[in-house]
Ligand binder design. Structure first.
Ligand code: PLP
Length: 397
């Protein structure tokens, strides 16, 4: 299973690289360089040293006694990416990408950000590893996500406001790519999820696999067995592919990718790409997409800003097509209930993104016997969400 993608970056019929020729050539070079460092002990040792002494890895696996007792079924455990430095899993691939940039002799990294989570993670890795960082962000998002803009600036990143079109994520991607096409000799583009043209989906997957490899060992030590089910939320799909990768070859481990059902199943009310999408090309790769009747990329909505992407990583589209992973939906109100419940049941305030995985695991646990084990990837902590949740919905029951 981990032999994918093929040399052109395809997972079955999904993935590949659809780019202007100058970037096509540059990314072929990046892919070739990555294939070398991928098994280079010096590169891997440097990454491990950073994971251990800077990020705080391995992150623990926690048995959620409170949540397990409330559901009255399977034992629920979670992998604590909320305890990774910066409070989410994104730093795992940002550290890998910045290390690769340095290996390629680049002095700068560039990316877009929507709500700012990817920008903060990349700015963190860039600060630690001593490279310049430029983050493109729509003006609308800059106004909405003030604390993350401040964080990026404190971390030394140059935040470039994007002032055309809707002034949000899509234009930020276009703007960052334009700059990259001009500055590729000194700069590496660092994508924020397991998406984009080859080799990004493969690289981000590999850098996130540490989550699954650690969890496999930890769950064995604590539960004396492998999980019966692994559950993760899916935006672009990096945290999910990171934990799934370690279990793909275990036929008796059921895998669940939880998409955001938002406020309904009409186009524009959710971001459940695999559940409702169809084949198409976005941001340089072929995948499942949410489009309107004219074939234009549809607006998406969900309570958790980190999950509202109209495409999905190509490996997820592939795993769906072969039936290896079950892609399911949790809607806004289920995620919100899970957010409040886990905070009180076990003293962990989850990110609203991660709360989608918790919500589905809560339902699943009830259908399974108490000797069974569910492992959730708790992709991040909810500190960033508390003001919004409490102002909009109150403190919960
Ligand atoms: C960005 C983010 C996600 C969604 O991204 P994936 O690439 O699908 O993992 C999920 N959880 C948290 C906490 C995030 O910050």
């Amino acid at each position: 299973m981990n032999t994918l993608p093929d040399e052109n970056g395809y997972f079955g019929s999904y993935g590949g690289s659809y780019l202007p020729p100058v970037l096509e050539e540059e990314l072929a070079k990046v892919a070739a360089a990555y294939m070398e460092v991928r098994n280079d002990p010096v590169f891997l040792m440097e990454m491990e040293e950073i994971q251990k002494n800077y990020q705080g890895r391995p992150t623990p696996v926690t048995h959620l006694h409170g949540l397990t007792a409330l559901q009255g079924g399977a034992q629920i455990y979670c992998k604590r990416e909320d305890l990774n430095h910066t409070g989410a899993h994104k730093l795992n691939h940002c550290v890998g990408e910045v290390l690769l940039a340095k290996r390629l002799g680049k002095t700068k990294v560039i990316a877009e950000t929507g709500a700012g989570q990817h920008g903060v993670a990349l700015a963190t890795a860039a600060a630690y590893l001593g490279v310049e960082c430029e983050i493109h962000m729509g003006e609308v998002d800059i106004a909405k996500e003030h604390p993350n803009v401040i964080r990026m600036q404190l971390l030394g990143a140059n935040v470039v406001p994007v002032t055309f079109g809707q002034k949000t994520l899509k234009e930020a991607v276009d703007s960052a790519f334009e700059t990259y096409a001009r500055d590729y000799e000194t700069t590496l583009y660092c994508i924020g999820s397991a998406v984009g043209p080859h080799p990004f989906p493969m690289m981000v997957r590999d850098f996130q696999t540490v989550v699954g490899l650690e969890a496999r060992q930890q769950i064995q030590e604590q539960a004396f067995r492998q999980p019966d089910a692994v559950v993760a939320c899916v935006g672009g799909g990096s945290n999910a592919i990171g934990i799934f990768s370690a279990f793909l070859d275990d036929d008796n481990v059921a895998l669940y990718g939880v998409e955001p059902g938002g406020r309904g199943s009409a186009l524009g009310d959710h971001a459940a790409t695999i559940t409702h999408g169809s084949d198409g090309v976005i941001h340089g790769f072929n995948t499942l997409l949410l489009t309107d009747e004219d074939g234009e990329i549809a607006p998406v909505y969900c309570l958790a800003s980190g999950l509202d992407y109209p495409g999905v990583g190509p490996q997820h589209a592939y795993l769906h097509s072969i039936g290896r992973v079950n892609y399911v939906v949790a809607n806004d109100s289920e995620a919100l209930e899970a957010f409040y419940t886990l905070s009180k049941s076990d003293g962990i305030i989850p990110a609203l993104e991660s709360a989608h995985a918790v919500a589905y695991a809560m339902k699943l646990a009830k259908t399974m016997d108490p000797d069974k084990v569910i492992l959730i990837n708790l992709s991040g902590r909810g500190d960033k969400d508390i003001d919004y949740v409490v102002e909009t919905f109150g403190l919960g029951e």
